[in-house]
Design a protein around this ligand. Structure first.
Ligand code: TYD
Length: 412
């Protein structure tokens, strides 16, 4: 079903050992129709750190076909904030890396419903989205974004090059960390890009995860949590060099990485600054990940205590946002419907279902508005500003908002 648990780094084949385990985990986005009995797939979600290429990674990952398929429950367009973010990402690429937009070709790896590429499509810039889930590709095409159903790698890069020509930019957002075989991606990108071409991707940042103890960034799809140190090592082996970095607020703290073919473009000073900062913080040391494990365990006891106490006091508790990330929190902490009455989510295909593993009902936003609880656990904490803005006048001040993050201040 899934790949066998690895005992060597996926990128450089160095022997690796378990840093921590989150226990048995279902597929994060596998919401289930309500039923009396459930037959689910579980895998052991454990992480390891590679002392050679510094990649923090899952030891075992379910097969891609189990996670990304025609029923993939994630449509990027759900969030207005993300629409704005992708527009500014596209503008940034255009401004900094497309010298001649009218003659440029932009490829996106994991283009989902076309939320980013439509910004290029609207300006009639040649583009192609590549995504393995047919339902999101259909949605992208409806929005005028040229897209194909495919996994990206060396083989598909040859087909794309044959049909469309060399690319000026290959971009992606919240996708690269899903891809176990980064060597194949790097080879494919190197093959498809022209000499001055750039590979740009952004993903949840290891530095933010360690600092916030946002261990919910780890779930089946996120096989890696990247740093500048690890990405520069991994892509550096394939003729690329890290030329720019841009920290992002999205997904609770992300990093945008820009790679160019070696010697083709100037390296920005921020690259050395961030690499130095990561070394100073010990991202290259196994000790750092031992401390992270302890921080996760403390976060778990804190959250379970908060919810148990609220329940004992007779309070009603609901979740806000049936995020993929919440699957990690709920299953790691063993929190089910005995503690959380329901989780509100605006995504239609998640509604009237139950959450993977812990089987908490997922209800519509309308249901939530009619059943405001005493306590809200904000699972979509990465959208806190957007959500608080939307809810601050509608929800009574006596309702308590909590998250699993030990130092997260909710400003309501
Ligand atoms: P997201 O934060 O993208 O995270 P993940 O990758 O962990 O799934 O998902 C946000 C989820 O929260 C999505 O299912 C939609 C839901 N949501 C709401 O229900 N209401 C909101 O106002 C927002 C912003 C999101």
């Amino acid at each position: 079903m899934g790949e066998a648990r690895v005992n060597e780094c996926r990128c450089c084949k160095t022997a690796i050992e378990e840093s921590m385990t989150f226990g048995q985990m279902p597929i994060a986005n596998a919401f289930l129709p309500k039923s009396d009995s459930y037959n689910e797939y579980f895998f052991e979600m454990a992480t390891a750190f590679c002392s050679n290429c510094f990649a923090y990674q899952l030891l075992e990952q379910p097969d891609a076909e189990m996670m990304f398929h025609e029923n993939y429950a994630f449509y990027s367009r759900q969030s207005k904030f993300m629409q704005i973010h992708f527009k500014s990402y596209a503008d940034w690429v255009l401004e900094n890396y497309l010298d001649n937009p009218d003659n440029s070709f932009v490829v996106e790896i994991g283009s989902n419903d076309g939320i980013m590429l439509e910004n290029f499509a609207k300006q009639r810039i040649k583009h192609l989205g590549v995504d393995p889930s047919s339902n999101v590709v259909d949605e992208a095409i409806k929005h005028g974004v040229q897209s194909i159903v495919s996994f990206f790698g060396l083989d598909s890069s040859k087909d794309i090059k044959g049909e469309y020509g060399l690319a000026d930019a290959i971009i992606s957002a919240n996708v690269m960390c899903h891809l176990p075989d980064l060597n194949d991606i790097a080879k494919g990108a190197h093959n498809l890009l022209n000499e001055k071409g750039v590979l740009i991707f952004e993903d949840p940042y290891l530095g933010s995860m360690l600092e916030k103890v946002s261990y919910d960034q780890i779930y089946d799809e996120h096989v890696y949590i990247f740093s500048a140190l690890s990405t520069s090592k991994i892509f550096g082996k394939h003729g690329f060099e890290l030329i720019n970095l841009a920290p992002q607020e999205t997904h609770g703290g992300s990093m945008r990485y820009v790679f160019a073919k070696k010697g083709q473009r100037a390296i920005q000073p921020i690259v050395q600054e961030i690499l130095g900062d990561e070394l100073a913080k010990g991202f290259d040391s196994a000790e750092t990940y031992k401390q992270f494990k302890e921080n996760c365990e403390n976060s778990k006891s804190r959250l379970v205590t908060i919810l148990n106490n609220a329940k004992k006091a007779g309070k009603t508790i609901a979740g806000y946002g049936a995020t993929s990330k919440s699957t990690t929190i709920l299953n790691y902490c063993g929190i089910g419907p005995e503690l959380i009455d329901f989780i509100s989510d605006t995504t239609p295909i998640k509604q009237n279902k139950v959450t993977p593993g812990m089987h908490i009902p997922v209800e519509s936003y309308e249901f939530f508005k009619e059943n405001i609880p005493d306590m809200i656990i904000l699972f979509a904490w990465n959208h806190a500003n957007e959500i608080i803005e939307k809810e601050k006048d509608a929800i009574d001040k006596s309702v308590e908002w909590v998250t699993h993050l030990p130092n997260f201040q909710l400003k309501i």
